[in-house]
Design a protein around this ligand. Structure first.
Ligand code: HEC
Ligand code: HEC
Length: 265
C-alpha cells in the first residue's frame, strides 16, 4: 500500500516535472537568437511567440496579457499586466520601455520572491519570439516616444564594501530618505511602509534589506540599477536625478550590501 502510494506519488511528480520543464524547440541546434531573428520575419516571430506564450505563460499572465490568467487569483504579487507595459526591471530610465535584454533577463532569471519562474531551459529562439509577442499587448511598443537608451552601468569599483564606503552610503541613505520606506535599519518598516500601494492599488511591501533575495537579481550591478532607474509600477522611485554622482551610487550599494550582512562583491 505504502509502496503503491510511493509509485503514484513518483509518477505525479514526474508528470509535474515534465509539465513544468519548458520543452526545447526543435530549432535548438541553431538557437543563436540573432540567427533566428534573421531567419524569421516579424509576423513569424510573433506567431511562434504566441505558441510559446499559450503553452507556458498564459496560465498566469492571461490570454489578453492582462495578468488575469487562471492561476492569478492565488498569486501575490500578481502576474504582470502586459497591457500596461510598465516593467520593474529595466536598465532604461523611469517610465520608459525596457530593452529586449531587460525582458530576456527577467524571463531567464525569473523574479525571486514571486511565482514568476526562471525559464533558463527555454530555447533562445523561444525567448526572442515570446518577447516579440509580449509587445503586441500594448500600443506603447509602437510609439517611438516611449523608448529611451539604457543607462550605462559601470563595473563596480574596488572600494565597494569597504568600511569608509559603507559609512558614506549610510549617510546617503539618510539624505535620500530611503528610510521613509525601507526603515532606519533597512528592515522594510519605514513610516510610509504601511500605506504603500502599487499602480494597481494593491499593498506593496518595501524590500527588507537584511533578509530575503533581491527580486531584481543578487549582483552589485542589479542593486545599482534598481535605484538608478526605479521599479515602474511601484512606489520605488528612480534616483537618477538626485544621485547623479556615480561614486555616490556605489557607496549606497556598499551600504545596502552591508545590511545584508556581507561585504562580498
Ligand atoms: C506561475 C505564474 C507565472 C508564469 C507561468 C509566468 N509568469 Fe511572468 N510573472 C509572474 C509574476 C507573479 C510576475 C510579477 C512579479 C513581481 O511583480 O514581482 C511576473 C512578471 C513577469 C514579467 C515582468 C518583469 C518586469 O520587469 O516587470 C515578465 C516580462 C514576465 N513575467 C514574462 C513571462 C513569460 C514570457 C512567461 C512565459 C514564458 C511567464 N512570465 C510565465 C508570474 C508568472
Ligand atoms: C516611496 C517608498 C520608497 C522609497 C523612498 C525607496 N524605496 Fe526602495 N523599494 C520600495 C518598494 C515598495 C520596493 C519593493 C518593490 C517590489 O517588491 O516590487 C522597493 C525595493 C527596493 C530594492 C529591492 C529591489 C529588489 O531587487 O528586490 C532596492 C535595492 C531598493 N528598493 C533600494 C532603495 C534605495 C537605495 C532607496 C533610497 C535611495 C529606496 N529604495 C527608496 C519603496 C521605496
Amino acid at each position: 500500500m505504502v509502496f503503491k502510494r510511493w509509485i503514484v506519488g513518483g509518477a505525479l511528480c514526474a508528470a509535474l516535472l515534465v509539465a513544468a520543464a519548458p520543452a526545447r524547440a526543435q530549432d535548438d541546434a541553431q538557437s543563436d537568437p540573432s540567427r533566428l531573428a534573421a531567419a524569421l520575419n516579424q509576423p513569424q516571430l510573433v506567431r511562434l511567440g504566441k505558441q510559446v506564450y499559450d503553452r507556458y505563460c498564459v496560465g498566469c499572465h492571461g490570454a489578453k496579457g492582462d495578468g488575469a490568467g487562471v492561476a492569478a487569483r492565488w498569486l501575490d504579487p500578481k502576474p504582470r499586466d502586459f497591457t500596461r507595459a510598465a516593467f520593474k526591471f529595466r536598465t532604461t530610465p523611469s517610465g520608459t520601455l525596457p530593452t529586449d535584454q531587460d525582458l530576456h533577463r527577467s524571463i531567464s532569471r525569473g523574479v525571486f520572491r514571486s511565482s514568476m519562474p526562471a525559464w533558463f531551459l527555454m530555447a533562445e529562439s523561444e525567448k526572442v519570439a515570446v518577447i516579440e509577442y509580449l509587445k503586441t499587448f500594448s500600443d506603447r511598443w509602437s510609439d517611438p516616444d516611449e523608448y529611451e537608451a539604457p543607462i550605462f552601468i559601470p563595473e563596480p569599483p574596488e572600494f565597494v564594501g569597504e568600511p569608509a564606503s559603507v559609512v558614506r552610503g549610510k549617510e546617503l541613505y539618510g539624505l535620500m530618505r530611503c528610510f521613509n520606506c525601507h526603515g532606519d535599519t533597512g528592515h522594510g518598516d519605514g513610516p510610509s511602509a504601511p500605506t504603500l500601494t502599487d499602480d494597481t492599488g494593491r499593498h506593496i511591501v518595501p524590500f527588507d534589506f537584511t533578509s530575503g533575495v533581491l527580486k531584481g537579481g543578487p549582483g552589485l550591478k542589479d542593486i545599482y540599477r534598481t535605484f538608478s532607474t526605479g521599479l515602474d509600477g511601484t512606489p520605488m522611485p528612480s534616483y537618477s536625478d538626485s544621485l547623479p554622482n556615480e561614486e555616490d551610487r556605489w557607496h549606497l550599494v556598499s551600504y545596502i550590501v552591508s545590511l545584508r550582512g556581507s561585504g562580498a562583491k
